[in-house]
Design a protein around this ligand. Structure first.
Ligand code: HEC
Length: 529
């Protein structure tokens, strides 16, 4: 047995025999990940939860003590991934380098650092994790925590470490990448859900007809997310149980409990479709469209750049949308030294145009940053109609809710419009209509269909960039590296380490005269994350 192992080493395979009977590490050359890593054994999958989340299978956080100090880290802070990175490549932050700990780095005959600390065996690795002792031996620095782990937990972790960087995330197999979408399929939103699903499937079908992504076909699983956040969360849980790599084009409420389940699974969501209203969602959600906070910032930037003399009023409903609108306005006003004359906050549905008229009366030039319902916007515009120097700035989402032609709106309201205007987009839209027709779809729910199409293109582009062995963290990194990605249907999309909204700008437009026509009255205005 011993001889057999030595032969394996001689043959150039990185096999390490430990003295212990039950812990045997057999590693394969770096370009041939150990086959047992795809998929992970149950033991290694438990180890992965320790590595990535700092959680044991029993749901207990792991604890690590920083040596020389009375400080312990636990749970996510203690997770190996938080210092050594998701795939074990290591990180360097604030002058502290957490080295790579992939099997190649720890066990390779000429691996980095091997000279000073010797080659690891399974036993030696356990000693490093428990006591900070390297094989030669040397004590590891104080920023590598000393971990208290039960023997079985240590075994789980060690089993995973030998697959680190070579394990496939859920939803990826030899010949398929499975993506998921949580969409309302029944009830009032059911038609919309069906439209989004049809566009996603059609686009993936086209990609598959051309050979897929790195030879893998794209598959789509859809689960019904009707019934509010609880339904949304249940849909996400069903999808992740079924094994999906990432979410694409889902309807996304941004509710905290739903965000929590994304986070628990570390499941990225690319291009949520939410009837034009982007909701926040932490680091895992890559929005296409700007939310109300971005649009409010564009309005304030415009006012600052135009050096408008007048007073700026913030008027919004006390709901999630209104709060985000107000927050964006305040952030940008602080950045640009614009002072707000005052804020008027009303209960949703309780806007009183008379009060606004009183407040603004006789003040000369004024800008009103308005977030509420479309009907309330019309009321505000009517109240301001006779005040020549007053403009109301409102998010473009309210355009869709305008029921009647209103001269007051046409004259007084400037919409923050984050879409394309002009000839080019008209042609792109014709191309898109042809795509719909080819796949037997109509132009109903056009807004959502466009969003779904852009989301599908975005995820495919990111998958191509994530390479032949895609991981969820690789997908996130690929998205963060996307700049000026053109879909033709929405303005160019850019993301970054601190940027989760693809379109971070808008144009000011008027709507109406002639009927329903959108007229741009400013250039494209961008804000920074
Ligand atoms: C708070 C940050 C942090 C966390 C969390 C952390 N490490 Fe480390 N680790 C380090 C640093 C920094 C070093 C380098 C110390 C040195 O060289 O003196 C290190 C070194 C190591 C080494 C030695 C590598 C070598 O080349 O000798 C191993 C093995 C290791 N860590 C494994 C782990 C494992 C497994 C976990 C999770 C259970 C973990 N680490 C969690 C920061 C961390």
């Amino acid at each position: 047995m011993r001889r057999a192992r030595l032969t394996v080493v001689a043959a150039g395979l990185l096999a390490l025999a430990s003295a212990s009977r039950e812990r045997t590490l057999e590693l394969h050359p770096s370009h041939h990940p150990a086959p047992q890593c795809e998929p992970l054994s149950a033991q290694a999958a438990r180890g992965r939860a320790i590595y990535r989340k700092g959680m044991t299978v029993g749901g207990e956080p792991i604890v690590g003590a920083l040596s020389g100090a009375d400080v312990t880290l636990s749970g996510r802070d203690a997770a190996c991934a938080s210092c050594h990175a998701q795939a074990g490549a290591g990180t360097e932050e604030g002058g502290v380098a957490a080295p790579p700990i992939t099997p190649e780095a720890l066990f390779a005959p000429a691996g980095a650092g091997r000279q000073e600390r010797g080659a690891y065996t399974t036993e030696a690795l356990a000693a490093a994790i428990r006591e900070g002792r390297t094989p030669l031996p040397r004590q590891l620095g104080p920023s590598m925590p000393r971990f208290r782990l039960e023997p079985t937990e240590m075994d789980d972790l060690l089993a995973y470490l030998r697959c680190l960087g070579h394990d496939r995330d859920p939803g990826v197999s030899e010949d398929e990448i499975r993506l998921g979408a949580a969409l309302p399929l029944v009830g009032p939103g059911g038609g919309l859900g069906a439209s989004v699903r049809a566009v996603l499937s059609a686009y993936f079908e086209d990609v598959n007809a051309q050979g897929g992504v790195f030879g893998r076909r794209l598959a789509l699983s859809v689960e019904d997310s009707a019934q509010g956040p609880a339904g949304e969360r249940a849909a996400l849980e069903r999808l992740s149980r079924a094994g999906i790599f990432a979410l694409v084009g889902s309807v996304w409420s941004g509710a905290p409990e739903v965000e929590a389940s994304l986070r628990a699974e570390e499941l990225p969501l690319v291009g949520p479709v939410a009837a034009g209203r982007a909701a926040a969602g932490g680091d895992l959600v890559f929005h296409v469209h700007p939310g109300p906070e971005v649009l409010a910032r564009v309005a304030v930037k415009y006012l600052a750049d135009e050096r408008a003399e007048g007073r700026v009023w913030l008027v919004h409903a006390r709901d999630a949308e209104g709060e985000r609108w107000a927050e964006g306005a305040r952030v940008e006003a602080a950045r640009r030294g614009v002072s707000l004359a005052g804020a008027m906050v009303f209960a949703p549905g309780g806007f009183e145009p008379g009060l606004l008229r009183e407040a603004v009366r006789g003040g000369g030039e004024a800008a009103i940053l308005f977030s509420g319902s479309a009907r309330e916007l019309v009321a505000a515009a009517r109240a301001m109609e006779r005040q020549k120097a007053v403009h109301i700035y409102a998010p473009a989402s309210l355009m869709a809710g305008l029921e009647e032609e209103s001269e007051a709106v046409a004259r007084v309201v400037l919409f923050l419009y984050p879409g394309l205007v002009g000839e080019g987009p008209m042609r792109a839209l014709e191309g898109f209509t042809a795509f719909l027709r080819d796949h037997g779809m109509t132009a109903r729910d056009m807004g959502e269909k466009v969003s779904a199409y852009v989301a599908a293109r975005l995820v495919v582009e990111a998958l191509k960039r994530a390479g032949a062995s895609p991981t969820r963290s690789g997908l996130v990194a690929a998205l963060e590296g996307l700049h000026d990605f053109e879909s033709g249907l929405v303005p160019a999309l850019s993301y970054g380490k601190n940027r989760r909204v693809g379109v971070m700008g808008a144009r000011l437009v008027r709507v109406g005269e002639p009927r329903g026509r959108i007229t741009a009255i400013s250039d494209w205005i961008e804000v920074t994350p």
